[in-house]
Design a protein around this ligand. Structure first.
Ligand SMILES: CC(C)(COP(=O)(O)OP(=O)(O)OC[C@H]1O[C@@H](n2cnc3c(N)ncnc32)[C@H](O)[C@@H]1OP(=O)(O)O)[C@@H](O)C(=O)NCCC(=O)NCCS
Length: 335
């Protein structure tokens, strides 16, 4: 059995900045409300005239990660692409990345675990590397939310939160089992599937039926979120899954050099920080600048934390996420 470790990271954010003041012009909301409830000041939205897509943002982040890993695209043995906003219903975005990166015929798998997608993908990569089946795995989180949000007052509880972007990491076999991914914890609870979901069109209600109804008030093809219920579950599950990872790694909260929580809401991160008695230096937050980028939020934050020198060799790093499904998980990494 081998350990896996992260050897290259990259991120890509569209140039187009959308501030809270910009949103005030198109819906009934306010900078004060958004900042107080979520911490978000601005987010990125792919510009209308841009060619960016979920897969192309993933490609841009991946090229940086692969180069920083000192590898060539052809060295990649497996692509894992985490997203809830794939370019197409099918095929997945992983194969689109494979084609652009010109990696001949490696497996390219999409991971559909929403905000927990990157944590699930890292855990999956770790398992493939552990068994020796694959050596170099490209793990991507990318989301193109802005095109599919209800940007009117009706959708404001969701549309102010989400942003576009991508992050990627290259994972490989560690030379010894003292470093790399020490453990991963994964969970889901399908009874709350609809509490944070986008359900239409679906196999119970196909496109012809929706077109025939022609109902302007049909909002089933916009995301739905029971915000307070999600919030209450998130703080509990984040705490449980971080604690489980710490116990398995034999670490105490004070041992954590960097906790990278999925950037769901600054208030959730602050709750978790307080619960474990962590200092500001032990927790990375960038939701203020990018909003919630779902599967992309952790790899973007992880890349920035490394670029800023806040994670280095020897650092003890914890990734943790909660999201639609409900799904949640953590990964403890000895850097
Ligand atoms: C979405 C969230 C910020 C809303 O905050 P909240 O304190 O729960 O607010 P509520 O939904 O109870 O709404 C309070 C009021 O603000 C209003 N409101 C909602 N969105 C608003 C917005 N963007 N601007 C202004 N007012 C808004 C509501 O209509 C409501 O008005 P009312 O009291 O007149 O009915 C919060 O529930 C949350 O962060 N939940 C978790 C979200 C999350 O993490 N999702 C991703 C999980 S991975």
């Amino acid at each position: 059995m081998y350990n896996s470790k992260i050897i290259g990271l990259g991120k890509y954010l569209p140039d187009n900045v959308v501030t809270n003041a910009d949103l005030e012009k198109i819906m009934e909301t306010s900078d004060a409300w958004i900042q107080e409830r979520t911490g978000i000041q601005e987010r990125r939205h792919i510009a209308k005239d841009s060619d960016d897509s979920t897969s192309s943002m993933g490609v841009k982040a991946s090229k940086i990660a692969i180069e920083r890993a000192g590898l060539l695209p052809q060295d990649i043995d497996l692509i894992l692409f985490a997203t809830l906003s794939p370019d197409y219903y099918f095929p997945g975005s992983g194969v689109l990345v494979q084609e652009v990166l010109e990696i001949p015929d490696c497996p390219a798998m999409d991971i559909r675990m929403q905000c927990s997608g990157f944590v699930y993908a890292v855990a999956t990569a770790d398992q493939f590397i552990k068994t020796g089946m694959y050596k170099n795995v490209l793990v991507i989180g990318s989301e193109y939310h802005s095109g599919g949000l209800d940007m009117t007052t009706r959708g404001r509880n969701i549309s102010v939160i989400f942003g576009d972007g991508a992050g990627a990491v290259v994972m490989t076999r560690a030379e010894n089992n003292e470093v790399g991914v020490l453990n991963s914890q994964l969970h889901s609870e399908g009874k709350y599937a609809k509490e944070l979901s986008l359900i239409g069109p679906n196999t119970g209600r196909w496109v012809p039926e929706i077109m025939e109804a022609n109902d302007p008030d049909d909002i089933s093809y916009y995301p739905y979120m029971n915000g307070q219920f999600v919030f209450k579950n998130a703080v509990v599950r984040f705490s449980e899954v971080i604690l489980a990872g710490l116990q398995k790694a034999g670490w105490k909260p004070e041992d954590i050099d960097m906790l990278i929580p999925h950037q769901a809401n600054l208030r959730i991160s602050q709750f978790v920080q307080k619960k474990f008695g962590l200092s500001d230096a032990q927790v990375y937050n960038n939701i203020q600048r990018y909003g919630n980028t779902t599967a992309a939020s952790i790899p973007i934050a992880l890349t920035e934390a490394c670029e800023e020198g806040k994670i280095k060799e020897g650092s003890r790093v914890v990734l943790a996420a909660f999201g639609s499904g409900f799904t949640w998980g953590s990964v403890s990494i000895q850097w």
